[in-house]
Design a protein around this ligand. Sequence first.
Ligand code: SF4
Ligand code: SF4
Ligand code: FES
Length: 360
Amino acid sequence: MALKIWRYDAVKGERALEEYEVDAPDWATLLDVLDIVKDRHDGTLAYRKSCRMMICGSCGMRMDGAAVLACKTRMVDIAESGHVPVISAMGNMPIVKDLVVDMNPFWGKIRAVQPWLEPGYSDPGEKEHIVSQERMDTIHKESLCIMCGCCVSECNSMEADPDFLGPAALAKGMRFVGDARDRATVERLQSYSEEHGIWDCTRCYFCQERCPKGVDPRDAIAKLGAEAMREGIDSDMGARHAKWFVTSAKTTGWLRETELVPKTQGIAKSMKEVTFAMGLLKHGKVPPPFPPHVAKHVDEARALYDIVKQEGAQGAAGIVQSEHALARLEFVHESGAEERDPYGPDSFPEPLPPGEGAGQ
Ligand code: SF4
Ligand code: SF4
Ligand code: FES
């Protein structure tokens, strides 16, 4: 088995792509191969592991640029194909050494969503509080999280805004918002709806694709958004943006983009964009808002809206979950990936030196 590993020493600021070739059994996972490299070839290689069976969440890393759990990733097919995978540390977290990242920013965000039950009483008394299995099943997926960080590693929004709460923390938030025993739902939804929260997700679905446990964090974020709307917590620009999509589609069958900015940002803020809007208008990029362009078959859009309304599925119950709706993308080894420096320009994000970047 041949593989290349991006070695990185944050103290010296040195990085190097090292190639190794080892004898490994057919059943070897990526973690087994790393163990062989460390035991027999280079004892200085640093990576994390503990359970070796996809439970502890310690061994998150990237293979050919995509986050994986090393103990879940079998290597025999890759070795037989002749491909030489490139292993590197997870993204969006400062690298400490080689494949070890500083998880403090990750834990800070988990803490920020208050990952504990707020049952509304301090003394449970003698009464037993029984929750039905059916009710607990609504948060089954969110409860599967093993805190590996693979979703955070791949998050586009976090790359642009390190303060974004991110997929793991928000999935954890949904685990408590959806818990029948919790009495802090409104406070939670208000807090998660603030800047850097629910509405800052770009819906890229990378977290969903890379989560090794099927938590589907993007689904969780969609459910939080729907629950916030149901509670009337919709003052954030993202919430207003989503609401305008629905109104626009229902009334005209189109997205009325000219009105999108004032409806989302409010009239006062939109005035600041007037010069930009005039430029767009001059180049024919802004259709006149009046009369609105109504689709020929707008009745179909309205009928669709009515069907959804009649179903009466409010909040999280109205979210179509992606595990069945989206075809799972197979992991494909990219040709030429080995030549790319995962931290260089035009490849993957720069590693963050310890102590910098993703804040809370
Ligand atoms: S869907 Fe949202 S939370 Fe998930 S990776 Fe993309 S931006 Fe991040
Ligand atoms: S949501 Fe999935 S990828 Fe993210 S930390 Fe939890 S188990 Fe890992
Ligand atoms: S070593 Fe525990 S999840 Fe991989």
